[in-house]
Design a protein around this ligand. Structure first.
Ligand code: PHE
Length: 452
């Protein structure tokens, strides 16, 4: 499995040790704070059920097609996003790679801040520092995010953990960490969802989540669902190009992408079940914004036997899920400097992480001492989140679709290496989606939204 040379692999490159290892790593990238922290609050702000429907439709059409496109680019080129676009499309496509690196850098900077919240919450639950009687969790959260002496060190700890794994390289670090911990997170999410939907008063939340009210559909809902799909699937920025570049030819790319999108969606749906019914049971507002999970879940844990134990375990697992995502944000940047500038993994990893952390500090402060300073009414953290998920990732996805659909074209189908005729028929549909419907739909959503 571990052939590093040969004509298709111009660079000597480490490869995933196993098929399942690759799927778990890519699923590890996809499943993270996007599912548990971001999905429920964005769904809550955008009509619940109607958001879920639009989101699912986008994931399994555009999202899946673009994920397959990214894996294909990465495996064909065996390079980081910039090098891959340049190798396959010539110099003028290199900016697509750079766009992705910038998006990844910006996401990493605020991602570690939110991941730091989960680390802190694990600690607070373990030590009984989270009140759960009416109103208390909301106050606790507000006081916590406003305190940079807590949030900045927590973000730093998380960044150090990210660096430690990326230093270990693809196989030793990234692959091994995923295999064990992902299944455990799913088990506990199921447990939480069961508890939340059986809380007294959960019914209103269930119908909010499951009965779509299509009159609430707006261009805003569409844009937020598109951004959430890209963010949650880790696509549009080259993270999946990078993971695909560690693939050898044995792997069936569409099947792997199907698994990744399926697991990611399952995690998001479960998180919705764990959080939205509980919001209503606790008499809270689903439009509470980015703090939603951190305000609601403590009330769920408080209503469970051994709640402190399960709560601590949950936030630890969530932090680990976030870690398998943050490494996929750092790795493309590291791969770029290694491949294109011949630098050493060790030095680059530390430097890039340090630079990203320099931006984490103002992000963290923007919810506390600097909260008076907003742009378009948003704190820096919210702004970075909105610009990356809402604009940069969809724009990256649009260009990736055009790149694979028109520039690589039928060669991309060849790269998929599908033997069965029905598989190549599906591949033609895929290429067609990338050529027209995907770019047109993304462009339409972005332009309509910007004009509104
Ligand atoms: N998909 C990750 C999550 O849901 C976040 C992420 C986005 C990771 C983009 C890598 C690239 O938490």
């Amino acid at each position: 499995m571990d052939k590093n040379d040969g004509p298709a692999a111009p660079l000597r490159r480490e490869h995933w040790a196993s098929r399942i290892g690759f799927i778990m790593a890519a699923a590890g990238s996809a499943v993270g704070l996007g599912n548990v922290w971001r999905f429920p609050y964005v769904a809550g702000e955008n009509g619940g059920g109607v958001f879920l429907v639009v989101y699912l439709a986008l994931v399994f059409t555009l999202g899946l097609s673009i994920m397959v496109a990214e894996f294909t680019i990465g495996r064909a080129a065996q390079r980081n996003p910039v090098g891959a676009c340049r190798t396959l499309g010539g110099r003028r496509w290199a900016p697509l790679g750079y766009l992705g690196l910038v998006a990844g850098f910006l996401i990493l900077s605020f991602y570690v801040v939110v991941a730091g919240w989960t680390l802190t919450y694990a600690f607070k639950l373990a030590t009984g520092g989270l009140g759960a009687s009416a109103g208390e969790p909301a106050e606790t959260f507000a006081a916590f995010v406003a305190d940079p002496l807590q949030t900045i060190p927590a973000a730093a700890v998380f960044m150090v953990l990210t660096v430690a794994i990326v230093l270990g390289g693809v196989k030793g670090g990234i692959e091994r960490a995923n295999l064990v911990l992902m299944p455990l997170l799913f088990v506990i999410l199921v447990g939480l969802a069961v508890r939340a939907v059986t809380l007294p008063g959960a019914g209103a939340g269930l119908s909010f989540y499951l009965a779509p009210d299509f009159s609430a559909l707006s261009i805003d809902t569409l844009t937020r669902a598109l951004g959430q799909a890209f963010f949650s699937l880790s696509i549009g920025l080259g993270a999946m190009i990078t993971y695909g570049s560690y693939l050898d030819r044995g792997q069936n790319i569409p099947r792997a992408a199907g698994w990744v999108a399926g697991l990611d969606t399952l995690a998001a749906i479960l998180a919705g079940f764990a959080i939205l019914p509980a919001v209503f049971a606790a008499g809270l507002n689903p439009e509470a914004g980015p703090g939603l999970a951190f305000v609601v879940l403590p009330t769920v844990f408080a209503s469970m036997p051994l709640g402190e134990f399960f709560g601590t375990l949950f936030f630890i697992l969530l932090a680990i899920a976030a870690l398998t995502s943050s490494i996929s944000l750092l790795e493309p940047l590291v791969a770029y400097f290694i491949d294109e500038h011949g630098l050493h993994r060790g030095k680059v990893t530390v430097l890039v992480a340090f630079a990203a952390f320099a931006l984490s500090v103002p992000s963290a402060l923007s919810l506390g001492p600097w909260s008076g300073f907003t742009v378009f009414g948003k704190s820096l953290l919210d702004l970075l989140d909105a610009v990356t998920a809402g604009i940069l990732l969809p724009a990256g996805g649009l260009l990736i679709a055009i790149f694979v659909g028109w520039v690589i074209g039928p060669k991309a189908i060849f790269e998929l290496g599908l033997a069965k005729p029905e598989a190549s028929a599906a591949a033609k549909v895929w290429l067609w989606i990338l050529r027209l419907p995907a770019p047109v739909a993304i462009a339409w959503i972005l332009i309509t939204w910007a004009a509104a």
